[in-house]
Design a protein around this ligand. Structure first.
Ligand code: GLN
Length: 344
């Protein structure tokens, strides 16, 4: 394959073809974007010099990929809602399915709302997710005039993909995000900074809602807001912890299934995957606690795993204060998001 005189003029295409049987073209492009520190389009319009050193570097990236490392961990980047996110092994890699939650919140929060989150009664309406309402170049943000002043709580924020994209696309939204992992929160803060949203998203460390009540760790701004002050503080971190929307993509894999996951998924943090014995532990806590943090008529949007809708419906219905108003299927027809509102 390589390359007369160690230099293949024209070619990145030689490199893409070299491993076309073992990695997908998209993955090859992602690795090459990383290697040349360029945008994907540049691979096709710019003339990069491909010499032996570059080819060796590419070989080593591909061998990491072939040994089961997800391409996003190799490059340290992942795309979500058309935005670029920093990812490391401390965070779950954002999945396209999770865009359903973000899209639903954006569409429903438009003013005048296309489909208001609170107050409508198409019970258990099943919807197939589609990106048709978005322009092909990316995701349509809400203009300031259309945007309602909503307060959103993003639980298990991970790399901050949900919080950051909501903040970016909803100029009036006030966002609080929590995660139990300090390492994940550092990545989320970097992503907020990267998208110039540090002032608009507040991050707190703790297990689900506990992050809001027990201010064990007070975060303070220092060098761009990336450091954590571990002084113990007594008062609550959030003054009025009431939200219009609670969104969460919790860990929902059954503990017993963890050893059988694909090797790419197994390298992701267990803490971001393990949903307990039946995968529903986090939904139980959210069902139990969320009414204290929701405004009247507020909504909860949850990502769910395959076949979990019934179990989640049972958990929430036992409190008699929630109504499922929408279930959204993903591109494969799997029920992937449950939207609830409080009746009180
Ligand atoms: N909020 C992040 C995501 O949706 C991380 C979720 C998690 O760690 N379970 O991808």
């Amino acid at each position: 394959m390589l390359l007369k005189n160690n230099v293949c003029k024209k070619d990145i295409f030689c490199l893409i073809d070299k491993y076309s049987r073992v990695i997908s073209r998209v993955e090859a492009e992602m690795l090459l974007e990383y290697l040349f520190n360029c945008a994907r389009i540049d691979l096709y319009i710019r003339d990069f010099k491909v010499d032996k050193t570059i080819e060796k570097l590419y070989d080593s990236l591909v061998s990491r990929r072939m040994s089961g490392e997800p391409v996003q961990y190799i490059t340290g980047r992942a795309e979500f809602m058309g935005l670029d996110f920093i990812v490391t092994k401390d965070v779950l890699i954002p999945r396209p399915e999770t865009e359903i939650l973000v899209s639903e919140i954006i569409n429903s929060s438009r003013f005048p709302a296309r489909e208001p989150l609170a107050g409508h009664s198409n019970n258990n309406k099943e919807t197939k997710f589609s990106h048709l309402q978005y322009s092909s170049s990316g995701h349509e943000s809400i203009s300031r005039e259309q945007s309602q002043e909503v307060k959103i709580l993003d639980l298990c924020t991970g790399c901050g993909n949900i919080a950051v994209s909501l903040s970016k696309l909803m100029p009036q939204a006030e966002i609080v995000a929590t995660d139990i992992s300090e390492a994940a929160l550092k990545i989320a803060e970097k992503n907020a900074l990267r998208h110039d949203l540090s002032d608009r998203i507040k991050f707190y460390k703790g297990n689900l809602f506990n992050a809001l009540i027990f201010a064990t760790f007070a975060r303070h701004r220092n060098n761009g807001g990336l450091s954590i002050n571990t002084d113990i503080k007594q008062e609550s971190v959030v003054k009025n912890p009431k939200f219009d929307i609670i969104v969460c993509n919790p860990p929902y894999i059954k503990e017993g299934e963890l050893p059988y996951l694909q090797k790419e998924v197994k390298v992701e943090p267990e803490i971001a995957l393990n949903g307990g014995r039946d995968g529903l532990d986090f939904y139980r806590v959210i069902a139990k606690e969320s009414h204290r943090y929701l405004e009247k008529g507020g909504s909860i949007l949850l990502e769910i795993g395959f076949g979990q809708k019934k179990g989640i419906e049972n958990i929430f219905s036992s409190y008699n204060i929630f109504e499922i108003y929408k279930v959204i299927k993903d591109f494969s027809g799997i029920e992937r998001a449950v939207c609830l509102k409080t009746l009180t």
